[in-house]
Design a protein around this ligand. Structure first.
Ligand code: PXG
Ligand code: PLP
Length: 442
């Protein structure tokens, strides 16, 4: 069963990261959402197995967030934050800072994860320049990394289709660490794999090649999401931290997906006990209710950049019209209060073992090649169909949607990242639906 379009003409909207012709021939349209469920335009309920796009951590259309936004828009719809301010911007920054790892308490607001990444890369360059090491311009990303779609983000990112069309226009002076995915060693690992920490040593090789004095920053997702859920090997992130510290290179954690409870803590940094110098976030910062992102910078980075500017001069020539937009800031304050009041990060931590067990119980389901998980994230990798990579996961995604469960797919990997309000019965329902669907997929 496919959705009935509520409008006749779907042609004007050029859809992002979508097979436009395929979608418009057979659209899937959502009309409303509440709690754990979407409702489609043809009146079906769909259980949300991926928090929209890994972002609606408190569940959909929460009254407290809606009220805060509505109230804000009728009080102060917009206020500039260039040489002006409004109180909620400062309150939102303080509340975000409280959740960040100790020391990362200076918050720069953006409107998306992509903007957060580009902002963090620029702050890294500005920091080194302010210290008199402006020759440190090289950036290091990682294969299979996703850092959004800005030119900075795709340059340090490692997803080939996102780069190839634009390959002539990527940033110069970027290197990539190898990714950590290895099914020979790590297939069906629960939580962090034991094998692979040594892959962080590749950073030393890059440092030897270019000299540390030319390298500004390393950026990685602590858990890679978009590329299909890659869990960091035990000890890997700490090794990256140690090598960066040794060579004066800044470490950036891209926590656009892992931030705000996904691993059962406020940040992946807290979960792993490894603190970066800069941390990017977006999505669940305000439950995805209004576009918003942010970069948390260490106080040292902030002070170095700000104190290097002359009195009365702008210190960082960077910012967005909508940085700390009043509605987004109001939504962030309401969301962070809600996370605390309802103990949603703790709830995620306590649900994680049941989620892990339910995911790994899929081991004998048809087509399953690997299962991996951490916190409230799981990935199920399927054997690709001969000659048609991605087709099998796409078919499973469509059939799950028709059966009333929303999952994400990337390549031949199904990704699961439900709102943190999910209960155990709903967890069982998601994986049972996927199992039944896979049995019918060719
Ligand atoms: N960094 C990371 C680690 C992300 O996951 C971005 C940056 C970019 O954020 P914006 O807000 O500009 O999209 C992301 C976004 C998926 C999926 O299903 C993942 C993202 C976005 C859309 C879909 O894997 N991650
Ligand atoms: N393009 C033009 C012509 C602009 O005037 C501006 C902002 O003033 C931008 C782009 C950037 O827009 P934003 O600040 O929303 O990122």
């Amino acid at each position: 069963m496919t959705s009935r379009p509520v409008i006749d003409d779907l042609s004007s909207f050029w859809m992002p990261f979508t097979a436009n012709r395929q979608f418009k021939a057979s659209p899937r349209l959502l009309e409303s959402a509440k709690g754990m469920y979407y409702r489609t335009t043809d009146g079906r309920e769909v259980l949300d197995g991926c928090a929209g796009l890994w972002c609606v951590n408190a569940g959909h259309s929460r009254d407290e967030i809606v009220a805060a936004i509505t109230q804000q828009l009728s009080t102060l719809d917009f206020a500039p934050t260039f040489q002006m301010g409004h109180p909620l911007a400062f309150e939102a920054a303080t509340k975000v800072a409280e959740l960040m790892p100790a020391g990362l308490d200076r918050i720069f607001f953006t409107n998306s994860g992509s903007e957060s990444v580009d902002t963090a890369l620029k702050i890294a360059l500005a920091y080194h320049r302010a210290r008199g090491e402006g020759q440190r311009t090289r950036l290091i990303g990682r294969e299979r990394g996703y850092h959004g779609v800005g030119f900075g983000g795709i340059s340090v990112g490692g997803i080939a289709p996102n780069r190839k069309t634009f390959s002539g226009a990527l940033l110069p002076a970027v290197d990539h660490l190898p990714h950590t995915h290895n099914l020979e060693h790590n297939a069906f690992t629960k939580g962090q794999p034991a094998w692979g920490a040594h892959l962080a040593d590749e950073l030393e090789r890059i440092v030897t090649l270019h000299d540390a004095s030319t390298i500004a920053a390393v950026i990685v997702e602590p858990v890679a999401g978009s590329t299909g859920v890659l869990i960091p090997p035990q000890g890997y992130l700490q090794k990256l931290r140690d090598i960066c510290t040794k060579h004066g290179i800044l470490l950036i954690f891209d926590e656009v997906i892992t931030g705000f409870g996904r691993l059962g803590k406020a940040t992946a940094s807290e979960y792993f006990g490894v603190t970066p110098d800069l941390l990017t976030m977006a999505k669940a910062i305000n439950n995805a209710s209004i576009p918003m992102g942010a970069v948390a910078a260490s106080r040292n980075i902030h002070d170095t950049v700000v104190n290097a500017g002359a009195q009365g001069a702008i210190e960082l020539f960077h910012g967005y019209t909508y940085s700390a937009h009043p509605a987004a800031a109001a939504a962030a304050v309401a969301t962070l209060d809600l996370y605390r009041r309802d103990g949603l990060f703790e709830r995620a931590a306590s649900l994680a073992p049941a989620f892990e067990a339910a995911a790994h119980a899929m081991r004998d389901a048809k087509h399953v090649k690997d299962i991996r998980n951490l916190g409230m994230i799981a990935g199920i990798e399927l054997e690709p169909r001969d000659g048609a990579p991605g087709a099998r996961a796409y078919e499973a995604f469509v059939k799950c949607f028709e059966a009333g469960v929303l999952v994400r797919f990337t390549g031949d990997i199904l990704a699961f990242s439900p709102p943190l309000i999910i209960d155990e019965e709903q967890i069982q329902h998601i994986f049972k639906t996927v199992r039944d669907v896979l049995a019918t997929v060719q």
